[in-house]
Structure formats: structure tokens, C-alpha cells
Design a protein around this ligand. Structure first.
Ligand SMILES: Nc1ncnc2c1ncn2[C@@H]1O[C@H](COP(=O)(O)OP(=O)(O)OP(=O)(O)O)[C@@H](O)[C@H]1O
Length: 554
């Protein structure tokens, strides 16, 4: 509940929260006044004191009903607004944290974030709708208890004793119910992971339905069974509490009617008022019991959400937004000195590592890195790009050590086409798109008849794999950054264009003052590089590190 209020407070402010509390109290009081008036009128009817139509009671009932309509409408509208505000605020909050998070952290948290977005935020939004009924039921219960006290102190104490026994039973069970909700919530992340595997791997599944069946039967069914079991156990626990509460009340009401009214010599009018009020109290206690599981589940969801938010906010390496951008004129050299990096794994011996690596990248140089699959080329490039933070060693830019604080600025040196690049459907992140360059590039990359640009929007991204890569490279070049980094860019190009790329386009880009680092397996064109390195099991071996052309093959 505390965490829920912590989430709600920024949305409504303290005064807003007080307003909601006041409205909820007023709503509970309206219900109580209605019940109280009904009880009094029944008392009057039974005692024969209600013979004429009473204008006074008509006015009282009308005032209560009007008050009730007003308060419920005001409160409902406010809660609907609040839940919508909360829903979109939480979504944008998590997204803005995601945008500020670092790659290293985010890549290991993808599924958690997905589950938070899809599941936790929905649970929280939905529960905010039932908060009014919950608060109103609590106020009504308190008012009923106070009224019971005014009727008979002894019966009130007996009622309190019964309520306390219910509360103890509830408390004893709620811990294990909450554990079950928690377990079910943990499984939600696994569910999202497998759900994404189905969506992302649908082509493969469509070709071989056994794959889909495996994920469905062996993974999702298992998760569904376990989550269903946990949720069912938790909800059953709450239902048992509810039944226990009801039974205790039924026993109490029967005892008041058949036993206490006689032994305690309570007046019949008071007994009737007491029993009526108990029945209403039972109703509001039931409302509380029905709504409580949802509210506790929302507590679990808000715990997860807050933990995720805190984790994203407290990232050790969290400067994603650059303060200033490097231009081509600002860049002279990058020196990689003793750089080491290791992936985090539970068993550190299994974790792949690179380094120590030393390397020089000078302005205007074309550097190729080659090596076997899994040798660590991409991992190393990620470390050079500042996507992953080295575990030891350092990177120097123009002779100055790049520390964590300047990493965001450092990353502005690079435009990239990763091997698993994402092509946005519009050119974003560039203040002024140079349309002349765009035209020149689409001609140079021979896709002028395939794609056009209107107001920064690409006419299509539905192209062949090779054409998509050409388009991604054009977008990277339009960023006009000092260094271009390519990861196996030419792998999807036909032999004709591959030759053009290495022998015409790269020299042309180099002439334009661009520094190029490319991971490549195209040994036929290694001679086109000024510097050539081989990555071998995480170690970088210099093949050629002086400006000039070499031909490894010859
Ligand atoms: N996200 C990751 N978490 C943990 N280990 C990883 C991760 N990505 C890669 N690895 C490990 O790092 C090793 C090197 O991967 P990397 O992608 O750097 O190789 P590569 O040389 O670029 O290979 P390829 O030529 O096949 O693209 C892999 O063998 C893998 O075990």
C-alpha cells in the first residue's frame, strides 16, 4: 500500500490525495447514513411510531441519495482520470528510464521491462478503479462499528473479538498467499520471453510447426500451469479467508439473536438495530475481502516496477545523453590500451572475455578486423564504441582518457551499421538532412529507384536484405559523424557491389575525411585497409598497422 501511494502521490499531489480521502470518507458516510436511517425507520415501524408519511424522512433520504450520487460521480470521474494518468505516466516513466539506461544494462533486462510494461502497469491501473469501493467500504465498516458501540458496549466488544479472530486468520494466511502471487509474477517474465520467441521466430515456426509446439507445450504450458497453480492457490486462500469471515459473522448474528439478546437483556429495538448494522457491516467487510487480493497483487506489481525503476535509475554507468557532439574536425585518434572485457555469467569461468587489447585508430584511417566466428570481434567493437564498459584498461580519445562521465559524448564519434542493425522508418537524430547528399548516396548505392525521402520519412524499408543494409549505411553516412563502424556490412551484398564497396566506395568515403572501422570476412579485399587486425579467441593480433595498402593474399 505504501508503494502504491508512493506511485500515486506524484500524479495527484498531497492536496489531491487529501481530496480523494475526503471524498472516499464522504462516500462511506453517505452509505452509513442511509443504512442508519433505514435502521431507524425500521425501528420506528416495529415500535408502531411510524404511522403518517414523514416529510422529514423523505427529505433525509433525498439528501442522502443526492449526496451519494454527487460523491460517487465526482469520485468515479476523478479515479478514471487518475487511472488513465497513472497508466500513461508509468509507461512514459519506464520508457524514459529505458532511454536513459545503458546498453549493457538494458540488454540483460529486456524481458523484465517488457513484463513491467505489459503486466505490472495494467494491474496497477486496473486496481486504481477499485480503490474507491475499497476506501468507502473501510469507512462504512468503521462507521458501523462506532454505531454498534453506541447501541451496546458489550455486543460491540463481542463483535470486535470476532473481527479480531477474522483478522488473525487473514494475517496468518496472507503471507503464503502473497508468496504465491510473487511466484506467479516471476513466471510472467518467462512467459514474455517465450511469447517474444514465438513472435520473433514465427518464420522458423511456420516452416517447422514442431518448433512452435515445443515452445507451447514444453515452455508456455509449463509456465501457465505453474502460474495458474500459484494464482489459484493465492486466490483460494483469500476466498477461504472471505468464507471464514462470513461464517464468523453469521455465527455472531445468530448468537446475538438467539443468545446475547436474552442473556444480556438487550431491548428488542436495539437488537434489531444491532443485527441490521451487523448485516451491513458484513457487506462492507465482504467488499474489502473481495478487493483485497487485487490490491495486494497490485502491491506485488508495484514492488516489481519500483525495483526495476530503481535499478535503471541507479545504473553505475548511466550517462546516455551526450552534452556535446564531436565533429570530424575534433577527432584525431583513439588509443585502446590494455582493454579487457568479460561478459557477466554466474559461472565466471564460462564467461567469454577479450583482451588485453592494444590498438590505435587514427583520423582518416581504414581499419579492418577479421577473425573466426565467436572470436570476439563484435564484443571488442562494442567496447570500442562505448556500448560495453571495459572491465580493465582504458580508451583514450585524442590522448585523453575517456572516463564514465564522458562516455556519452565519446559515443557521438560513431555512426554504425551493426550486423543486427535496426532500420527506423524515418531518418531521426539528424537536425538537418543534407538532401543533396541523400540523392548522391542513393545513386551511389544503386537504390534510387527503390526508396525516396519525404519530410525525413523513408518511402519504404521493405527491401531485400542487401538493399536494407545499403539504406542503413546511407542513413549512417548522413549522420556525418567522424567514424563509421560497420559489422560485416558487405556480407549480404552481391559480388559486383561488394567489389564496388571495397574498391570505390570506401576510398571515396576515406577521401571525404571519414575514419572507418569494419569487421569483415572478405579476405579478397583485406588489401583495401590501411590497418588490419585479426581477432583470435579474444586477443587482437596486428597484421598491418601502418597507413598504406597491404595485400594479405599475395
Ligand atoms: N550477450 C552476451 N552475453 C554473454 N556472452 C556473449 C554475449 N554475446 C556474445 N557472447 C560470447 O562472446 C563470444 C564472442 O562473440 P562475438 O559476437 O564478439 O563474436 P564475433 O567474433 O563477432 O563472431 P561472429 O563472426 O560470429 O559474428 C561468443 O562466443 C559468445 O560466447
Amino acid at each position: 500500500m505504501k508503494k502504491l501511494i508512493k506511485l500515486l502521490l506524484p500524479q495527484i499531489g498531497k492536496i489531491g490525495l487529501l481530496k480523494y480521502i475526503f471524498l472516499a470518507i464522504f462516500s462511506g458516510l453517505c452509505s452509513f447514513l442511509f443504512i442508519n436511517t433505514v435502521t431507524r425507520v425500521i425501528g420506528l415501524i416495529i415500535s408502531g411510531g411510524f404511522t403518517n408519511i414523514s416529510r422529514e424522512y423523505i427529505l433525509i433520504f433525498a439528501a442522502i441519495i443526492i449526496g451519494f450520487i454527487w460523491v460517487r460521480r465526482t469520485l468515479s470521474l476523478a479515479i478514471i482520470n487518475l487511472s488513465q494518468k497513472l497508466f500513461w505516466h508509468l509507461r512514459s516513466d519506464v520508457l524514459s528510464l529505458v532511454l536513459r539506461a545503458n546498453y549493457q544494462q538494458l540488454s540483460s533486462k529486456r524481458m523484465e521491462i517488457h513484463a513491467a510494461m505489459v503486466s505490472d502497469i495494467n494491474i496497477l491501473t486496473n486496481v486504481s478503479m477499485s480503490v474507491i469501493d475499497f476506501c468507502a467500504a473501510i469507512i462504512l465498516s468503521i462507521s458501523c462499528l462506532l454505531y454498534l458501540l453506541s447501541i451496546s458496549g458489550v455486543l460491540f466488544l463481542i463483535t470486535l473479538g470476532v473481527a479480531a479472530s477474522g483478522a488473525i486468520v487473514y494475517h496468518l494466511n496472507s503471507k503464503s498467499n502473497l508468496t504465491d502471487f510473487n511466484k506467479a509474477r516471476m513466471l510472467e517474465t518467462d512467459f514474455q520471453k517465450n511469447f517474444n520467441a514465438i513472435l520473433d521466430g514465427f518464420k522458423e515456426i511456420f516452416m517447422e510447426p514442431k518448433k512452435g509446439r515445443f515452445i507451447y507445450e514444453k515452455k508456455i504450458q509449463h509456465i501457465a500451469d505453474e502460474a495458474q497453480g500459484n494464482n489459484t492457490k493465492a486466490f483460494t486462500g483469500f476466498l477461504n479467508n472471505q468464507i471464514t469471515g462470513q461464517v464468523l459473522f453469521y455465527i455472531l448474528i445468530s448468537s446475538v439473536l438467539l443468545f446475547f439478546s436474552i442473556t444480556l437483556k438487550i431491548k428488542s429495538g436495539d437488537t434489531i438495530s444491532f443485527v441490521f448494522t451487523l448485516l451491513y457491516l458484513l457487506g462492507s467487510v465482504e467488499t474489502i475481502m473481495v478487493l483485497l487480493p487485487g490490491i495486494l497483487r497490485a502491491g506485488v506489481a508495484s514492488n516489481h516496477l519500483m525495483a526495476l525503476k530503481t535499478e535503471l535509475e541507479n545504473a553505475e554507468f548511466n550517462a546516455a545523453i551526450p552534452v556535446s557532439y564531436y565533429s570530424k574536425a575534433d577527432f584525431y585518434s583513439i588509443s585502446v590500451k590494455g582493454l579487457e572485457f568479460q561478459y557477466n555469467k554466474k559461472n565466471a569461468e564460462d564467461a567469454f572475455s577479450i583482451g588485453p587489447v592494444d590498438m590505435e585508430i587514427n583520423k582518416g584511417e581504414v581499419t579492418f578486423i577479421y577473425g573466426g566466428n565467436g572470436s570476439g570481434k563484435t564484443t571488442f567493437i562494442h567496447a570500442v564504441l562505448g556500448l560495453r564498459y571495459p572491465s580493465s584498461g582504458e580508451i583514450q580519445l585524442n590522448g585523453q582518457v575517456v572516463d564514465q562521465k564522458c562516455y556519452a559524448d565519446y559515443r557521438t564519434l560513431f555512426s554504425t551499421v551493426f550486423s543486427d542493425f535496426y532500420l527506423f522508418d524515418q531518418i531521426i537524430g539528424i537536425d538537418h538532412i543534407d538532401l543533396e547528399k541523400w540523392k548522391a548516396y542513393i545513386d551511389l548505392f544503386e537504390i534510387a529507384d527503390k526508396v525516396s525521402l519525404t519530410d525525413g520519412k523513408l518511402s519504404t524499408t521493405d527491401l531485400s536484405a542487401g538493399q536494407r543494409k545499403r539504406l542503413a549505411l546511407i542513413v549512417a553516412l548522413l549522420e556525418n559523424k567522424p567514424i563509421l563502424v560497420l559489422d560485416e556490412w558487405a556480407a549480404d551484398q552481391d559480388p559486383y557491389f561488394r567489389k564496388r564497396f571495397y574498391t570505390e566506395i570506401i576510398p571515396m568515403l576515406k577521401n571525404d575525411g571519414l575514419t572507418i572501422i569494419a569487421i569483415t570476412h572478405d579476405d579478397k579485399y583485406y588489401h583495401c585497409a590501411d590497418s588490419l587486425y585479426k581477432m583470435d579467441e579474444g586477443k587482437l593480433i596486428v597484421e598491418k598497422a601502418e597507413p598504406g595498402l597491404i595485400n594479405i593474399i599475395s
